[in-house]
Design a protein around this ligand. Structure first.
Ligand SMILES: Nc1nc2c(ncn2[C@@H]2O[C@H](COP(=O)(O)OP(=O)(O)OP(=O)(O)O)[C@@H](O)[C@H]2O)c(=O)[nH]1
Length: 390
């Protein structure tokens, strides 16, 4: 057994090539993987996050020749560094904007992987999520922030605000995302805050696919241009992957010349544990829609990797599998009933969908067990929030 799931997640497989599993034999909240087709096992897929160190050479003993220094540097440098272009760009990029404008979708589609959860319900993103986009020319390390909320009273929203603002410290570029169709007062307030900083801000006008008349984009761009000194304005459709290549070029053009911050193989500094909980939360949000509060929390109680082995009882070979136990915390009994659904149908579906996404993302077979518990008033309670990892 190994327990590397608190380390950052690095995919080694092409997730899009994974085959869907056949239906599983389930029993209420418990997912049984006995009958699953085998998901491709890729072994240990984790790599520690190690920002590259380029200053080692200066600290070496003076008596070592320059040639030796270069050889030593080369030996310790991450393998991808050798191929890095001279004018490589790298930096931190914050994605900010009102809830529901498509920030998570944008990052996911830029990365081509599902890292940050999305749903139709606003405020599904609560944590800062680093997504890492590496190309031959650049590396953009994304900070996906919760929306900046105004006049919020509850403790959880206070914290979300703090996370949104703190995400802007030391970033090289801000992507300010707006919905092409819905320009609101809140957007202006956020712009005012940005105006007080000397950050480079690119305006991303998202959901361009929803505009019936593309001709309306031009006056919209002009209006935005007058309201703020944007470094660039790029209309996109994150969902339909429209104009994302252009956005990638624009991002690169505003990043400083630097060596990669993270290994270029890595796509996030979040652990598998964290990603697992976000996937479960997304499935509940998608399925239960407006019936559950957005501040519902999923806690991973157990995350165990079991290597392939022979079952001592049956003598049959057992495939490698990751066992994940998770508890979904809701605030009221009524919400518990909603999450479980009639005869456990909803939680069963949530478990099945979440398991499929996890297997695709992690590249390994997963057995998922879900529990639903009522934890009253936790979102108002600072201590409870802290115990749940906020
Ligand atoms: N039509 C269309 N829908 C989009 C686009 N981008 C995102 N959406 C949808 O908008 C909804 C919200 O997207 P998210 O990515 O969760 O939005 P967010 O800004 O991260 O939301 P919060 O987590 O609440 O801050 C989802 O239903 C997305 O599918 C787009 O380009 N076109």
């Amino acid at each position: 057994m190994s327990n590397h799931n608190d380390l950052p997640f690095t995919p080694k497989n092409n997730a899009h090539n994974m085959t869907e599993n056949a239906d599983t034999n389930q029993n209420d909240a418990v997912e049984n993987v006995e009958n699953m087709q085998e998901a491709r096992q890729i072994g240990d897929s984790l790599t520690a996050v190690q920002p590259h160190d380029t200053s080692d050479a200066d600290e070496h003993d003076k008596s070592i020749t320059l040639e030796n220094n270069a050889a030593i540097d080369g030996f310790f440098a991450p393998s991808n560094k050798a191929g890095v272009a001279k004018d490589f760009k790298a930096g931190y990029v914050a994605i900010i904007g009102r809830p529901n404008v498509g920030k998570s979708t944008l990052m996911n589609h830029l990365l081509g992987q599902k890292l940050s959860i999305t749903s139709r319900k606003p405020q599904t993103t609560r944590h800062r999520i680093h997504g890492i986009l590496s190309t031959n020319e650049m590396q953009a390390v994304f900070v996906d922030t919760p929306g900046i909320h105004h006049n919020e009273v509850r403790a959880i929203n206070e914290r979300m605000n703090k996370a949104a603002v703190s995400a802007l410290v030391d970033v090289d570029l801000v992507l300010f995302v707006v919905d092409s169709d819905q320009w609101r007062e809140d957007d202006l307030l956020t712009l005012q805050k940005l105006g007080e900083t000397d950050l480079t801000v690119v305006l991303v006008i998202n959901k361009a696919d929803t505009l019936k008349d593309k001709g309306t984009l031009l006056p919209l761009i002009e209006t935005f241009d007058e309201s703020f000194d944007f470094a660039d304005i790029v209309p996109v459709s994150a969902l339909k992957n429209q104009n994302l290549d252009r956005l990638e070029e624009v991002i690169a053009s505003h990043l400083p010349n630097a060596t990669p911050i993270y290994d270029t193989e890595q796509i996030t500094d979040r652990s598998e544990r964290f990603l697992a909980s976000e996937i479960i939360r997304e499935k509940i949000m998608r399925s239960a829609g407006d019936e559950v509060p957005y501040d519902l929390t999923v806690q991973i109680d157990e995350f165990k990797d079991e290597a392939a082995h022979t079952d001592p009882k049956t003598g049959r070979p057992r495939k490698a599998c990751t066992f994940i136990d998770a508890t979904i915390y809701v605030e009221r009994n009524g919400q518990k009933a909603i999450v479980i659904g009639e005869k456990g149908q909803r939680i069963k579906q949530v478990g099945m969908d979440a398991r499929k996404d996890m297997e695709q993302l992690f590249g390994k077979k997963v057995m998922l067990t879900l529990w639903v518990k009522v934890k009253r008033g936790w979102s108002d309670d600072e201590r409870a929030l802290t115990s749940l990892g906020y």
